[in-house]
Design a protein around this ligand. Structure first.
Ligand SMILES: [Zn+2]
Length: 270
């Protein structure tokens, strides 16, 4: 049972050329929107943003390109572990971590919770072991290599959630937390659907970057270019986005959020 959902920003980036991220102006403002769920089975973290070690040893963990040009706001208070402690919990209360994918800005906090079980699609983890040029930039083995507890999930399809296929063999939270493959941005990218009472929230990770994209009529050519550049498989990415847009149109009662849009994140700040 999901008792409460906290919305955390676990990392801020200010890359140049805002239109590349669907925003106006010179510098974009990106958040790393993560979720902290209070459940009967302890705390569950959905995506982890940047972790303590990313701030303390940026060059070693993230490499020269990202540490020099990543425009990361250096603020340790943004880590999930700092925010979880501020909420009055212990880091060891985090029993499960679900990740949409393992890009460095989503996986950095994993190492702050060494006792937690990380759930990820097996194809995504396998991609982190394939050291081609693109993967070397996006995945950082320093963030992942010490972690002991992994649940690699082979997606078996069959049942659906609305018009999406859902991962069948992920039953830990009965049907209240679902993994929904939203492939394309990365090899094993997936969304996380969370049911609280009768209400659903779909966390889409990097399947889109701006709330404006939920409307299929919106044209954001510069952002399209960025997404194509980051995508593992651009056709799959477009297909996933179309599915999300269809859900937004047909089911306005479902909350749909992505990882980096500050406008969406702002809706949860009182
Ligand atoms: Zn990201």
């Amino acid at each position: 049972m999901i008792h409460k959902i906290h919305h955390l920003n676990c990392g801020s980036f200010c890359p140049y050329c805002a239109p590349l991220f669907g925003q106006r102006g010179f510098k974009a403002k990106l958040v790393c929107h993560c979720l902290l769920l209070e459940t009967n089975q302890g705390l569950v973290l959905v995506d982890t943003g940047l972790g303590m070690q990313d701030y303390l040893h940026t060059q070693k963990r993230l490499g020269t390109i990202i540490s020099k040009f990543g425009t990361i706001k250096n603020d340790i208070n943004l880590t999930a572990i700092a925010q979880i402690q501020k909420l009055g919990f212990k880091p060891s209360d985090v029993k499960h971590i679900l990740v949409t994918h393992l890009d460095f800005d989503h996986a950095g906090g994993i190492s702050d919770f060494p006792q937690a079980m990380v759930h990820v699609l097996s194809s995504e983890f396998n991609a982190t072991q394939n050291f081609n040029y693109k993967n070397k930039i996006r995945y950082k083995s320093e963030q992942l290599k010490q972690h002991r507890y992994w649940n690699f999930i082979e997606p078996e399809f069959g049942e659906s959630w609305y018009h999406f296929s859902k991962v069948q063999n992920f039953k830990i939270f009965q049907d209240e937390i679902l993994m929904i493959p939203l492939l394309g941005h990365s090899e094993g990218h997936c969304g996380i659907a969370i049911q609280q009472k009768a209400h659903w929230l779909l966390f889409c990770g990097d399947a889109y970057y701006s709330h404006q994209q939920l409307n299929p009529k919106t044209q954001l050519p510069a952002l399209e270019m960025t997404e194509r550049l980051f995508a593992h498989d651009n056709l799959q990415r477009i297909q996933s986005l179309k599915q999300i847009q269809l859900l937004a149109q047909n089911h306005p009662e479902i909350e749909i959020i992505c990882a980096h849009d500050p406008i969406e994140f702002g809706r949860y700040q009182s």
